[in-house]
Design a protein around this ligand. Structure first.
Ligand SMILES: Cc1cc2nc3c(=O)[nH]c(=O)nc-3n(C[C@H](O)[C@H](O)[C@H](O)COP(=O)(O)O)c2cc1C
Ligand code: SF4
Length: 703
């Protein structure tokens, strides 16, 4: 039963001509699926609607080939051929009683048009962010074309069945270029004054309204500058622009004008970080407002509504981590909410052009491909006994999912605490929210009478055989190399025996006791651990030099939108950074480095060296068991499998996925080739993918 305090979250909200059934609103977010994987996409969005999100939106959806974002799989409404794919998603969302929204998009100078090879255009000729190409400045005929493309795409959106159609004026794309006095240097009626800079957004709002009539609501996504300053607009200017356009759309989708805050990782940005900026803007319009803030706490959500900050609780990541978050609040099951940890692995994979995945939710992206559901899992017919060895993320997830299947599960952990690397790493600066990976699973396991957990239980191969479990999953993790080998060094550096591997530090953290003097942290892992350890060591009072063969510290964290903050924090903490160098030797007092380009050597004073480079699977127990199939058979063991880092060291999301997949595969087939999207050519009508797609018959006005 739902706590009546939260009733307000379940009130319907009128958005122009349509009504959202509740206040839970999945804002536009990419999936790495887009136009390439419509079946996967539709199933994923459908599950969100099933989980109670009253509105479910697409990702950014291109209106014309002059805005192509390949290799990121965006959505597309270029022609009637794109209708069937979009209608598939709408159908899946409508089936659950939710509204479907589409975020019509033109990328302007940011779109490099790698596939279509159309020249891009912008408010002026501007460079694409990651390509050595520039757009051309839009002339009057381009502006007229843009209006008609938006209108045509909006009409197609209506025919596909969408309820909410966006004008996308945020995130630095074409309309932001026009709004910003920094990029808009035009001298015509689209440049100069606020009114002129807002003209194109106004025209597209009107064009969209005319195209959809009373069938759909018109929404506008718009970024406000925080008081600390914005990337595109000044704070007062952004509010004035909003005030100018205030009553034109049926809904404002408001964010802040800084993607590393809007999409902030938990390492650097708190829940509801945009609250005050949006609160100040809300008073400028009478239209409903949706906003985001990595909302996972029902009380924080409630505060947004009762304080009058938001009418609709927007969410991308919380809906990825737990598609059933609204249902769980509705059913009074708050302890079952699988809270987003703010790691941005979802975003990273979209940025890599790969299907979305989630650290907390292993079923994300697998709804159609593997038929996985985030809340249900087929029961195991017999109550087989399963021994899971190792209580890190893979072992915990496997034990939880097996418990949910009804198996008799024993989880044996060698150490004195559960959570493995998650527990250790969550003690580092900024990573506390990562403990949710452990805590959610433990919370679920505690409710299961069929899962027994044992700490301090290191098992030998003989112990395992003596246990006589039907199935054994080995999740014994991995160990960091102490010798510097990894992506750059293929042989240990000289003096490696004097270094300190991260495991030794992590096991005792925050009790750090190193020789007095500078710590040289050699980071060839290139993600978060190097910089998190460096910051922690700095906070513990050690002078720290961070050396990396990469051009920037933690280069991979560009995909998780953390690169900027991570480097800023290191510099602010006076961590000395040496890029493009690798470690050659350490003698206990000095470290010799070499430039990756020239080989030129430099010497640094170092009292200790901590290499963060690569890991080795801790798979000795697995190999000992696997070496004697006869003994396994004699012990009645039907299957033996290694999972998580013990199988292949990777990110935590990979460990959770591995544990989940193995749990589903106990006593069932494990597909190594899941379903794939059809690559068959579409028919002339563009409707080859599915029969019933809910598209209204031909609209002659559609271009
Ligand atoms: C994987 C991912 C993809 C995103 N893609 C888009 C997009 O296509 N269009 C857009 O306007 N915002 C996009 N966003 C930003 C979200 O809409 C949202 O503003 C942001 O994630 C903050 O909300 P949250 O804290 O609820 O995640 C994306 C976010 C994520 C996590
Ligand atoms: S991948 Fe991380 S940030 Fe993204 S939804 Fe999952 S837990 Fe949240």
């Amino acid at each position: 039963m739902r706590d009546p305090r939260y009733d307000v979250l379940f009130e319907p909200v009128k958005i122009g001509p349509v009504t959202a059934p509740n206040r839970f609103y999945q804002v536009p977010h990419c999936s790495g699926m887009g136009y390439r994987r419509p079946e996967m996409l539709a199933a994923m969005r459908g599950v969100k609607a099933e989980g109670g999100w009253g509105v479910v939106c697409t990702e950014y959806c291109s209106i014309h080939p002059s805005s192509d974002d390949d290799g990121y799989p965006y959505a597309r409404l270029w022609s009637d051929e794109d209708l069937a794919a979009q209608a598939l998603m709408v159908e899946a969302v409508h089936k659950q009683g939710a509204l479907a929204g589409v975020e019509l998009w033109h990328g302007g100078s940011r779109a490099a048009n790698l596939t279509t090879r159309e020249p891009g255009f912008g408010v002026r000729s501007g460079p694409a962010p990651h390509m050595p190409v520039q757009s051309r400045p839009m002339d009057k005929s381009d502006l007229a074309d843009l209006r008609s493309w938006q209108g045509a795409a909006a009409r197609r959106a209506r025919r596909a069945g969408f309820d909410i159609v966006y004008v996308y004026a945020a995130h630095g794309y074409l309309l932001s270029e026009f709004l910003s006095s920094r990029s808009n240097t035009r001298c015509d009626e689209y440049g100069g004054s606020l009114e002129n800079r807002a003209r194109l957004v106004r025209e597209l709002l009107e064009e969209t309204r005319e195209a959809v009539g009373d069938a759909c609501a018109v929404a506008c996504r718009f970024s406000l500058a925080a008081e600390s300053g914005g990337a595109i607009l000044e704070p007062a200017e952004s509010r004035d622009l909003l005030a100018l356009l205030a009553e034109l759309p049926d809904l404002w989708d408001l964010t802040v004008d800084d993607y590393s805050i809007e999409m902030g990782s938990a390492r650097f940005v708190e829940e509801a970080a945009q609250e005050e900026t949006i609160a100040a803007a809300k008073t400028l319009t009478t239209k409903p407002v949706v906003g985001v803030g990595r909302f996972t706490s029902p009380d924080t959500m409630l505060r947004q509504v009762t304080r009058g900050v938001l009418d609709l609780i927007g969410a991308a990541r919380p809906s990825i981590a737990d598609p059933f978050l609204p249902k769980k609040i509705e059913e009074g099951r708050l302890e079952d909410i699988r809270e987003c940890i703010g790691c941005n692995i979802c975003y990273a994979h979209n940025s890599l052009g790969a299907p979305i995945r989630c650290t907390q939710n292993p079923t994300m992206g697998e709804e159609w491909r593997r038929g996985w559901h985030p809340e249900t899992i087929p029961a195991k017919a017999s109550r087989d006994s399963v021994l899971v060895i190792g209580g890190g993320p893979a072992g915990l997830e496997a034990a939880r999912a097996l418990g949910q299947r009804g198996c008799q599960v024993t989880l044996a952990e060698a150490g004195t605490e559960l959570g493995g690397r998650v527990t250790q790493e969550s003690r580092l600066p900024g990573l506390a929210a990562w403990a949710r990976v452990r805590d959610w699973r433990l919370g679920q396991i505690r409710q299961m009478a069929n899962v027994a957990t044992y700490l301090d239980s290191r098992l030998s191969a003989e112990d395992v055989l003596g246990f006589e479990a039907s199935h054994v999953l080995v999740a014994t993790g991995a160990r960091w190399h102490g010798d510097g080998t990894g992506r750059w060094l293929k042989r240990p550096f000289a003096g490696a025996e004097m270094s300190l591997a991260p495991d030794a530090l992590l096991a005792r953290w925050p009790d750090v006791s190193l020789p007095d003097g500078p710590v040289l942290l050699y980071d060839d892992d290139r993600y978060y651990l190097g910089s998190a350890l460096a910051l922690g060591l700095r906070q513990a009072g050690y002078p720290v030099v961070l050396v990396t063969p990469e051009g920037r510290v933690g280069q991979w964290s560009q995909y998780t939108e953390e690169l900027h903050f991570a480097n800023a924090r290191l510099l602010e903490a006076s961590v000395e950074i040496v890029t493009n160098h690798f470690l050659e030797s350490f003698d206990g007092a000095e470290a010799r480095l070499a430039c990756v380009f020239t080989g030129r050597e430099t010497v640094r004073p170092a009292a200790s060296v901590v290499p963060v480079t690569a890991r080795t699977p801790d798979d000795g127990l697995f190999r000992a068991l696997a070496a004697d199939p006869g003994a396994l058979q004699a012990a009645g063991m039907e299957s033996l499998r290694r999972i998580g880092d013990c199988d292949a060291p990777g990110i935590i999301a990979a460990a959770i996925y591995s544990g989940h997949r193995a749990a589903r595969a106990v006593g069932a087939p494990d597909e190594d080739r899941p379903r794939q999207e059809s690559t068959a050519p579409v028919t002339a009508s563009g409707c080859s993918r599915s029969g019933s797609n809910g598209i209204a018959a031909g609209d002659p006005s559609t271009r």
